[in-house]
Design a protein around this ligand. Sequence first.
Ligand code: SF4
Length: 733
Amino acid sequence: MGMHKFSRRRFLQISAATFGAAAAASRIPSNWAWASGTADARGVVTIPTFCEMCFWRCGGIGYVRDGKLWKFEGNPKDPLSHGRLCPRGTGAVGAHNDPDRLRAPLIRTGARGKEQWKTATYDEALSVIAAKLGDIKAQHGPESLAVFNHGYGQRFFQHVLKSWGAINFAGPSFAQCRGPRDIGFSLTYGAGVGAPEPTDIANTDCLVLIGSHLGENMHNTQVQEFAQAIERRIPIIVVDPRFSVAASKAKYWLPIKPGTDIALLLAWMNVLVTEDRYDREFVAKYGMGFDRFEAEIAQYTPEWAAKLTDIDAATIRATAREFSARRPATLIHPGRRVNWYGDDTQRSRAIALLTALLGSWGRKGGYYLSVNTRVAPYPLPAYPKRQRPLADNPDGSRYPFADEPVTTGLRDATLTGKPYPIKGWFVYSTNLLYALPNREETLKAIGTLDLLVVVDTMPSEIAGYADVVLPEAMFLERYDELLAGWGRRGWVSLRQPVVPPPHGLLPGWKIAKDLAGKLGIGECMPFDDIKDYLRHRVEKSNLSWDTLEREGVIVGEATPIVVEDGLELSFDTPSGKVEFWSKQLADHGFDPVPKFTPPAAAPDGHFRLITGRAPMHTFSRTQNNPLLHDLMKTNEVWVNADTAARLGFANGQYVKLKNQDGVVSNRVRVKATQRIRPDTVYMVYGFGHTSRKQTLAFERGADAAQLLTKYQTDPLMGGTSLHSNFVTLVKEA
Ligand code: SF4
């Protein structure tokens, strides 16, 4: 089965790969600040840390042999990895050794986007940035700097820039990924899902995945539990226009017409209510507005939904009966990367409501309620008081339910100068040209800037447009902020260097500290060594620094996380109840119970383009990693086999994709397959790199992001849709 493809043996195989000439000769200098590394009889040093090959933050152990990074494996003590990393985590060795890594700070010499630079010292580069930031502040105020970030290393940069007066910070993780889900659940339960998702797959008796392809989407803990669920032979129901790896493990695959998931969810709820298959006790005890919800849901019969979704009424009924028979240990998975059509918060709310009907919120086998960890703060000066509204969503006026800043809102503010000018972008570890829809808008916005700074480990496409590029040590070479983990238990993890950075690269905290010095706010980083900062926080929290250094993670006590353990449920909604009918939404002119609106139809001869992930890559960040490149060099476009035959395309033939706005992709091979609907084509995101500095990834495969010229914005929270574009297949000349 798919999961087993990435067995422990395979993981080892990947990590043991050698680099030959490509390996950076990173001898460990004697003065390097070792954390807890102890050499065994063979001279192998092991150091625990946590992974940053994606945002999941699994605990791992770095192995150093003969002074070189040998392998990175899971830390058995870590509650996320349980001793096993996913292929990307294991492939971190490739990120350390990648010969295309940024090696020195760069100052732009040619036009933006031309990737022409002169190398500089950190001191020179930071002086340029500080001078430009000073001008921006003097002319427009500190609010005129927008900060875009992703990943754990952002913390000290955020801190320094907040201390300087910046207020506009946004990450694509909200409006381009999980935002609609968290808002949909918050509107219903008063709490978002959060990450890692508190999905009790380990104990569920029935798993429903809606557009969520676990196994291709490699969030380690979930995928491990998913593999166990498959072995337990529980019924799995997969709703997806494509026969994903998850679908191949399912009892039911529902190849839904794209964009009609809300209709299916409404019909499922209709079956539960009309056939009296819902949790009456849960609804009576915790529900608000159920009568109005019930009255509204009555119209959405399976027969009504069948015409819209292409799923026949009998299957809709059968699947509803299948999962309701196992309630409350039924998990309707909330997904992640849930921005598809611009109505995504309401779809997520429908998932939250279906969960409530099943009584599986706060229940074993459904959603548990995560336990958090509190780590004592380090005494730091307060940030300056905010003087102006946030630029992306001024005082909530654009997106009333957004509870985090919206990246595209900051882009709009940059383009319009409203509510005030944005003149600088500081971009940490996010390739905005791939992360945001409509690249042309992003480039236009960049064209108006006085300063674009990019901090990254790799020459990403956005780095190609930067005025100053600050290279950073990768995660196995640095300390970072402590991780206060949350999940079935709370825990604290330490990121610490396993090997020294090559080429004299600096860790983010040190670059941020030096920037603070240049900006005249050095007092905001009142420690010389990050270890003093970390140790202070750990010891003030009554935890042992030595244990944390040695083991990498300290796990907290067990407390109730489900009703079955004695958890008392409470809801932070305006009514203090689970809101089946939402007055908040009604008051803002939105549907208090989700309604279905059909998505735009495809233009003649076009296919809807949907995108997803592969287990060996993270966004657009890993395609150049030699180890991961080796596992997957390029993407392909999935086309229904009958459609391909009708159009005269053979399996494996190169085509280009042309979208409804005339944008044409790089060439990509056709995968002609019965595993996708005839009206839809599919690609893995993140390929087709245009930066020549990424020599392995350059022009390998097609770039899905480039084709996302059209997008709908979720009016509730500003999320931008990923699946609103249509393409034709063009023969290669
Ligand atoms: S899921 Fe994989 S890439 Fe992400 S943190 Fe865990 S091991 Fe690393």
